[in-house]
Write a protein that binds this ligand. Structure first.
Ligand code: CDP
Ligand code: CDP
Length: 205
């Protein structure tokens, strides 16, 4: 039977890290939906039309390491405001969510728009400073020429755009459980997520 876990939250809150660990723990498949928007953003930076790019996205488009750059993240959040771009990506995400072996999807609108009936919804967050510091360390580790102040500005600008757009804004679903990872280690954040999911699977909440 399919079982969908929806994980949303702002940039670099730890969604992907928690999603991967939770998927491994329960033996579920994982889809990082941010990669879809990043892949569209990368194509637009290369000159494509956003709606054409979203409608013709192929699985191989998601495997590019260059999708993790700040420039592509910014382009992703710009294409993500367009309803037609989002619409073109809905069916793929819902098919993934319905996989019979269980699925974890992380993004911005999974609990609100893509899978409003998901039995477990988590909203993973942390202070902007903590998130910027984490993303800064990640980018520096990969050899990117970035400053902490620049990464903080980028993260805040992207959060603002994601929270204030008209279509599918970043907002916790009414029935989401929030995990603030600001003062949690990765192990603690994952343990909290597993605990919440276990409670739902046992029908305890
Ligand atoms: O997917 P999202 O952008 O929300 O964040 P991520 O890529 O999972 O995490 C951003 C960075 O924060 C990664 O380098 C994690 O190792 C680190 N981190 C975390 O995810 N959770 C903590 N409690 C501490 C650090
Ligand atoms: O890893 P990080 O949280 O920094 O970003 P991401 O999850 O890869 O998402 C990149 C951008 O795609 C976000 O800033 C959003 O604008 C957009 N996005 C979205 O609109 N809806 C989703 N379900 C996932 C991402």
């Amino acid at each position: 039977m399919s079982f969908t876990i929806a994980i949303d939250g702002p940039a670099a809150a730890g969604k992907g890290t928690i999603s991967k660990a939770v998927a491994a723990h329960f033996g579920f498949a994982h889809l990082d939906t941010g990669l879809l928007y990043r892949a569209v953003g990368a194509k637009v930076l290369a000159g494509a039309d956003p709606v054409v790019a979203a409608s013709t996205l192929a699985p191989s488009d998601l495997e590019d390491d260059s999708l993790r750059t700040p420039a592509v993240a910014g382009a992703a959040s710009e294409v993500a405001v367009h309803a037609a771009v989002r619409d073109a990506l809905v069916a793929f995400q819902r098919r993934f969510a319905a996989r019979p072996d269980g699925a974890v999807l992380d993004g911005r609108d999974i609990g609100t728009v893509i899978c409003p009936d998901a039995p477990v919804k988590l909203f993973v967050t942390a202070s902007p400073e903590t998130r910027a510091e984490r993303r800064f360390q990640e980018l520096i580790g990969k050899g990117h020429d970035v400053t902490l102040a620049g990464v903080l500005d980028d993260v805040k600008a992207r959060d603002d755009r994601d929270r204030n757009r008209e279509v599918a804004p970043l907002v916790p679903a009414d029935d989401a459980v929030t995990i603030d990872t600001s003062d949690l280690t990765i192990a603690q954040a994952v343990a909290r997520a597993v605990e919440i999911i276990d409670q739902h699977r046992k029908g305890g909440l």
